[in-house]
Design a protein around this ligand. Structure first.
Ligand code: SAM
Length: 266
């Protein structure tokens, strides 16, 4: 016997609540892509319906189901050297510091962001000894980022032919990043709602906070601020701003890009 529409609605709402608890991501009622992905997961795991899937999630069994539902709720939209002005400013910053930098890409998706930073460092002769950390909550993202293998359409998003030839080799339909760059990055599973007890010269947390509600954004930002060195900078996505978030940070404009620095009292 199939479930009535209100029962289906209850199950979807319960799964959205589960996602919010597990990741902080707020999915709107119209999250159709998520709905389609859930149906595929439901089939793969032999769940008879959303009620069955919901019960399996509540029972946290099997662990791979949990991971797949988290993957289904996340968005990996990204590109190479995304928001060019940010990378122009970064280049100037790297050159002006003149010492090895520690850089964290928080919410790294498939790795294009941290690998763009690695290329920038290599080109500024600042690659050796730099500390590069990239984290994400999505297991699938981390697997792909570690592999450093991209399809032609992914390569075409922001990467020049010059850099493609310099840093990649071709394997069938994929482009594979050189081991020197891949191995220079530590990839780690991490939920942005938890702090990291390390400090960085630069944190890139772009296009991640926008999926959270305001209270979660505020507390994640405060934690990011605590992971900045006193002279460090945080980059957010260019559509994101600190308005109303009361973060212990001040805006610093560099060229056409905005960064956030810890308040002097911190
Ligand atoms: C749209 S991508 C942004 C990628 C890259 N930072 C950029 O700007 O191009 C958002 C990423 O944030 C990750 N994410 C979502 N919620 C997270 C959380 N609570 N903790 C860590 N990462 C999270 C997603 O898995 C996804 O890979």
């Amino acid at each position: 016997v199939g479930l009535s529409a209100p029962q289906q609605g209850d199950n979807i709402a319960a799964i959205r609540d589960w996602i919010r608890r597990e990741t902080g991501i707020v999915l709107g009622p119209g999250a159709e892509i998520f709905g389609r992905r859930l149906s595929r997961i439901q089939e793969r795991y032999g769940c008879s319906g959303l009620d069955d899937l919901r019960a399996a999630l509540d029972g946290a069994e099997p662990a791979s189901l949990r991971e797949e539902v988290i993957d289904a709720a996340t968005t990996q939209e990204t590109s190479w050297f995304r928001d060019g002005a940010t990378f122009d400013a970064l280049r100037a910053l790297v050159l002006s510091r003149g010492r090895p930098l520690s850089i964290w890409s928080a919410g790294c998706a498939y790795g294009q962001e941290i690998y763009s930073v690695a290329m920038l460092l290599a080109e500024a002769n600042a690659f050796d000894q730099a500390r590069l950390l990239a984290t994400d909550i999505s297991p699938h993202s981390l697997r792909r980022a570690r592999e450093g293998r991209y399809l032609s359409w992914e390569m075409a998003r922001g990467l020049s032919a010059n850099r493609r030839e310099r840093y990649f080799h071709r394997e069938g339909s994929h482009w594979v990043l050189k081991p020197e760059l891949r191995e220079a990055v530590e990839f780690r599973s991490h939920d942005l709602r938890k702090g990291l007890s390390e400090s960085f010269d630069l944190i890139l947390c772009r296009h991640v906070l926008l999926y959270f509600d305001a209270a979660t954004q505020r507390s994640a930002l405060a934690k990011l601020a605590r992971s900045l060195r006193p002279d460090g900078y945080l980059a957010l996505g260019n559509v994101e701003s600190l308005r109303r978030l009361e973060a212990p940070l001040r805006k610093v404009s560099m060229g056409g890009a905005a960064f956030y620095a810890p308040l002097p009292s911190m």
